[in-house]
Design a protein around this ligand. Structure first.
Ligand code: GDP
Length: 299
């Protein structure tokens, strides 16, 4: 928990200093509601989610006959937990054979870093991990994945830059099978221009995985950069519709005060947040616990 809290320091500051300050020793009136609304939106909680929250807070104030804003603060915390749900979403591992995890997301969000961290985490649980370098488009993507492979000590299956990603992925599956890997993690391209093409490519990779292993991929993790705030939510919606995403990873939460975006994403997306990135190092990937998240930004 302390690591989680440390990583969220910037978001906590924005919540405690700005949102928290609105509650200090005052009566609840329209001006109070307006200020609170404004600060929650500034913290990137997102307009739709803020509106829901405000309605619920007003109802609670009425129901419990609260007059002092200080008494409302713990109720906001309660409501946030309610909104986000308390259950944690674990990584879906295949109990009977190899687990295949496909990683998707736009360039620069932290996809490669997340793959490295995830490989490290699974390896330290005693699993044999193989990576497939499916981003054959971006210059340097294959080499960067190899650097991570060496760093954490797992094999990387690759072809040359510009080659067919579906072919790399096919080879990745065969290699992972013959090396008796427990987990195959598949990197994919993330170029933003030419979106249709990208979605076609991701779907092709998806189909290759499914053809080779009927219940694969067991996870499609969409990586999102928390520092982009509402943009991350937009990307979640676009990718979520197109590629059968099963879980989200929110990176760079350590570098942003916009952590409120996690609340908006939990509120507005059916897809669960499974991991958060809290730094650039190999250990800086944490399972996402919504209750701890709210606690970390409030206390
Ligand atoms: P990709 O293009 O999506 O593969 O992105 P990269 O994995 O290359 O990451 C882009 C940059 O973000 C790199 O400088 C990473 O070190 C950095 N990065 C990735 N995840 C995190 C994180 O959780 N926290 C911080 N502070 N930086 C991160």
């Amino acid at each position: 928990f302390s690591k989680f809290k440390e990583g969220l320091a910037k978001t906590r500051d924005s919540f405690m200093d700005k949102v928290g300050a609105v509650f200090n020793r005052r009566r609840i009136d329209e001006e109070f509601y307006e200020e609170l609304e404004e600060q929650l939106i500034m913290a990137d909680v997102g307009v739709t989610t803020v509106m829901t929250l405000m309605e619920e807070l007003r109802a609670e104030v009425k129901r419990r006959k609260i007059e002092d804003a200080t008494d409302l603060k713990p109720i906001l915390q309660e409501k946030l937990v309610e909104l986000m749900g308390t259950e944690m979403a674990a990584l879906n591992l295949n109990p009977t054979g190899m687990t295949v995890i496909m990683i998707v997301g736009v360039n620069g969000v932290g996809k490669t870093t997340t793959i490295g961290k995830l490989a490290h985490r699974l390896k330290s649980e005693g699993k044999k991990v193989v990576l497939a370098a499916g981003d054959t488009f971006r210059a340097g993507a294959i080499e960067q994945l190899e650097v991570w492979g060496q760093r954490v000590g797992v094999d990387v299956i690759k072809h040359q830059q510009g080659s067919d990603p579906a072919a790399v992925v096919y080879d990745g599956v065969q290699a992972a099978k013959s090396r008796k890997a427990d987990v195959l993690i598949v990197d994919t391209a993330g170029r933003l221009h030419n979106k249709t093409n990208l979605m076609d490519e991701l779907n092709k990779v998806y189909r290759v995985l499914k053809r080779e292993i009927p219940d694969a991929p067991h996870e499609v993790l969409l990586v999102l950069d928390a520092t982009t705030g509402q943009n991350a939510l937009q990307q979640a919606k676009i990718f979520g519709e197109a590629t059968g995403v099963t879980g989200l990873v929110l990176t760079k939460l350590d570098g942003t005060a916009k952590g409120g975006i996690v609340i908006a994403i939990r509120d507005q997306m059916e897809i669960p947040v499974k991991f958060v990135g809290l730094g650039e190092k190999v250990d800086d990937l944490a399972e996402f616990d919504p209750k701890q998240f709210v606690e970390a930004i409030f206390t």
